[in-house]
Design a binder for this molecule. Structure first.
Ligand code: HEC
Ligand code: HEC
Ligand code: HEC
Ligand code: HEC
Length: 172
């Protein structure tokens, strides 16, 4: 029975942590991450993201095919103002509307960066996590995150990850 109780307590702490996180940490936008994450040496994560469709996922809501889709679904407002589309294409529309046009931006996957973006904290993985950085400890965890938006049967994780992955180069 002890283990069940411990798990319960663990869960309560986790929930509390999530609750605290969402109050303490603020979304700062990809321009802040760019300062340190654009160089070749560090893996140019910002550049890779900027060149991916994730950075355009809000813009695409102004396209003809988006307008057509909106008509089909009988949306009352244009796609760029409809929660039905923003849910995935501009999912910070409620939490941080000032940067929702960044689309699927860094902090949607890595967590709000106000506290962890400091160099002294970023350099220390454990501290960064304590300060709101979300990391993924398995392929399954990454895949589950993708599938919150990529819900279709046709989503091929391996191919898709190849297209957007942005690792830090291994030190020699
Ligand atoms: C002041 C510089 C700086 C800023 C600003 C910054 N980072 Fe970092 N980041 C680093 C450094 C240094 C590391 C450690 C790894 C390395 O040496 O490249 C790191 C590591 C990371 C890691 C890998 C963590 C791990 O251990 O797996 C992620 C993810 C990350 N940063 C995301 C972000 C995001 C998202 C932002 C914007 C909200 C951001 N960073 C802003 C400097 C910075
Ligand atoms: C559940 C998440 C989700 C929702 C909700 C959603 N989309 Fe998307 N949308 C995606 C993903 C993921 C892609 C990229 C998939 C791909 O290209 O295979 C995409 C791609 C698109 C594209 C570009 C690709 C193309 O083939 O034309 C348009 C335009 C688009 N969506 C419009 C909309 C509109 C308009 C709405 C609201 C009515 C909407 N989406 C709602 C997840 C979503
Ligand atoms: C918050 C929602 C969201 C999450 C989370 C998300 N995506 Fe996307 N993704 C989208 C949307 C929306 C588009 C379409 C953007 C466009 O066409 O402008 C897209 C497009 C893409 C594309 C380009 C279309 C294609 O099939 O070539 C790839 C690749 C992709 N996503 C991979 C991933 C992977 C891998 C993950 C998980 C690590 C992920 N995405 C997580 C919403 C999301
Ligand atoms: C669609 C989700 C998604 C987006 C958007 C995204 N990342 Fe990541 N990122 C991941 C995943 C998943 C990993 C690999 C797992 C991990 O190390 O946490 C990762 C890894 C990283 C790493 C560490 C790589 C390593 O080798 O340890 C850095 C640094 C990073 N991302 C920075 C950024 C920055 C900066 C942006 C925006 C310019 C960004 N990411 C956008 C999902 C995303």
């Amino acid at each position: 029975m002890k283990s069940i109780r411990t798990t319960g307590a663990g869960l309560a702490i986790m929930l509390l942590a999530i609750l605290l996180n969402s109050q303490e940490f603020i979304y700062v936008g990809a321009q802040k991450c760019k300062i340190c994450h654009k160089s070749e040496k560090r893996g140019k994560q910002y550049i890779l993201w900027e060149n991916s469709r994730h950075s355009k996922s809000f813009e695409v809501l102004f396209s003809d095919s988006a307008l057509e889709e909106a008509k089909k679904q009988k949306l009352e407002k244009p796609p760029s103002e409809s929660p039905e589309c923003l849910k995935c294409h501009g999912s910070l529309h409620e939490k941080a509307p000032e940067i929702m046009a960044e689309g699927v931006t860094c902090e949607i996957c890595h967590g709000p960066g106000s506290a962890y973006k400091k160099i002294s904290i970023m350099k220390n993985r454990e501290e960064a996590i304590k300060n709101g950085l979300v990391i993924y400890d398995s392929v399954e965890a990454i895949k589950t995150k993708c599938q919150t938006c990529h819900q279709g049967e046709t989503f091929d994780f391996d191919i898709s990850w190849e297209k957007i992955k942005h690792p830090i180069p291994k030190k020699k």
